[in-house]
Design a protein around this ligand. Sequence first.
Ligand code: SF4
Length: 180
Amino acid sequence: MGKIEELQVINGEGYQLSKLEKVLGVARSKSVWPLPFATSCCGIEYMATVGSNYDLSRFGMEIMSFTPRNADLLIVAGTISKKLGPVLKQVYEQMSEPKWVLAVGACACSGGIFDTYSVLQGIDKIIPVDVYVPGCPPRPEQIIDGVMKIHELVKNEPLRRRYSDEYKHLLKTYNIDVNE
Ligand code: SF4
């Protein structure tokens, strides 16, 4: 569990109070379960981030999930061709709420150097992205920084966000059904 300040605890005589939203947010942020969707060079950089030098397991997320049903963070690292786009979208749709997306590297963020007919010019053309990590490739430190930003979002997300009209509208713009 997180540090006591993160939970915004009120101490009383024989009791401690916090908000359910805060407790869930901190618990979720310390147990993110990533699904790496790695297609090319940025994927190798992600592997370095998980390896012993950079050790992503320090942040409670060493176990990768290769099934979307058991993941809540989609990490897209690499070039995504237009042909692969529908597969990525299907993976995203199969993840249950709440879920977050990290775009790693210039290709995932914007198509990168591949300004060509066959490459998707950024994964946000087909799925919503929470955090973008620029670079070609980004260093592991940058990827870790992106992961930390995801943790901040997870920790501070209001419980009602996924049921809000704004969120439903966001998914609708991507032609994605709301999981309820
Ligand atoms: S951003 Fe650069 S390093 Fe990453 S997948 Fe694209 S070409 Fe490779």
